[in-house]
Design a protein around this ligand. Structure first.
Ligand code: C2E
Ligand code: MG
Ligand code: MG
Ligand code: MG
Length: 278
């Protein structure tokens, strides 16, 4: 009934709107305090195999639990954190929390976790070593972790991208190219970078059911990915028709609101159990 649908936790439902009063002022000072006062928290969105609908892993997505502004989504603060040179401490928080969570999920060793990287991480030469050290501390195998970098970030500085991605691969991590189709990579650049996975941008997938053009783009992207030996993930699956289409064209994995919204950790076990029961 009405009561059971009411959010019991600030992140239940993963609302888009920060607060009924709009976004609070996001300042350098507020960001600094947010890091000091642990105001960042993670939500996790499942990823399934198109072949058999099995859950293969989760993507970690950061949220800012603002003391006055409610829950703020990353598009509202990541760009500022990047321009203020605060992305490294923020990435540290993201990694600490999400590796900590994976460590508690060791009873499900086949589940993978994807973590988003900022373009600024390209110039952080210690990143791969530090991440590997964190994984060792927490007894998390690097093979369970995929780092996602947007197509735009990877292509803006493909020399630096090659260096970071190579270091990550050497440590045993997987790497994915995110938001693919919104930038302008050449086949040559894409083939040279050691990606293991390609994520078709949600703008195409969200419109797959209604747009023939979007379906054509998705289909050729899946073929491009496969011809380069990459696994292909479609993000932004919002309806059953889109998922059915992805299955017919042989897309490997899918994520989206139709499957599940990003959720706080305390919902994951319940969600997995409910899915098993179906
Ligand atoms: P992304 O990595 O491409 O993540 C997918 C975004 O689409 C997420 O938004 C997710 O909540 C949303 N989404 C998932 N399924 C659907 C769907 O079916 N329909 C629609 N309309 N949207 C869907 P979110 O969480 O707001 O994140 C936005 C972007 O912020 C991410 O895009 C990623 O680039 C960045 N981001 C998120 N978390 C982090 C982080 O921890 N670190 C960094 N550096 N960037 C992050
Ligand atoms: Mg991503
Ligand atoms: Mg994306
Ligand atoms: Mg995006």
């Amino acid at each position: 009934g009405q009561v059971s649908r009411m959010p019991q936790h600030p992140m239940d439902g993963d609302q888009d709107v920060a607060s009924p009063f709009g976004l609070p002022d996001i300042t350098e000072q507020a960001l600094l305090e947010a890091i000091e006062q642990d105001q960042f928290t993670m939500v996790y969105q499942p990823k399934i195999a198109c072949r058999d609908n099995s859950v293969v892993g989760f993507e970690a997505l950061v949220r800012w639990q603002h003391p006055e502004g409610g829950l703020i989504r990353p598009d509202h603060f990541i760009p500022l954190a990047e321009s203020l040179d605060m992305i490294d401490p923020l990435t540290d928080v993201v990694i600490e929390q999400s590796l900590g969570w994976v460590a508690t999920m060791q009873y499900l060793p086949s589940l993978s976790l994807a973590i988003n990287l900022s373009a600024k991480t390209l110039v952080n030469h210690e990143f791969a070593d530090r991440l590997a050290a964190r994984c060792l501390e927490k007894s998390v195998k690097p093979g369970r972790i995929t780092l996602e970098m947007t197509e735009t970030a990877a292509m803006e500085d493909s020399v630096m991208a090659l260096e970071l991605l190579t270091r990550l691969r050497m440590k045993g991590f997987h790497v994915a190219i995110d938001d693919f189709g919104t930038g302008y990579s050449s086949m040559v650049q894409l083939a040279r970078l050691p990606f293991s996975e390609l994520k078709v941008d949600k703008s195409f997938v969200m419109t797959a059911a209604s747009s023939e053009e979007a379906r054509t783009i998705i289909h050729s992207t899946v073929e491009l990915g496969h011809s380069l030996g990459l696994d292909v993930v479609a993000e932004g699956v919002e309806d059953g028709n889109a998922l059915a289409f992805l299955k017919t064209i042989g897309c490997d994995y899918a994520q989206g609101y139709y499957i599940a919204r990003p959720m706080p950790t305390h919902h994951v076990t319940g969600w997995l159990n409910a899915r098993q029961a179906n």
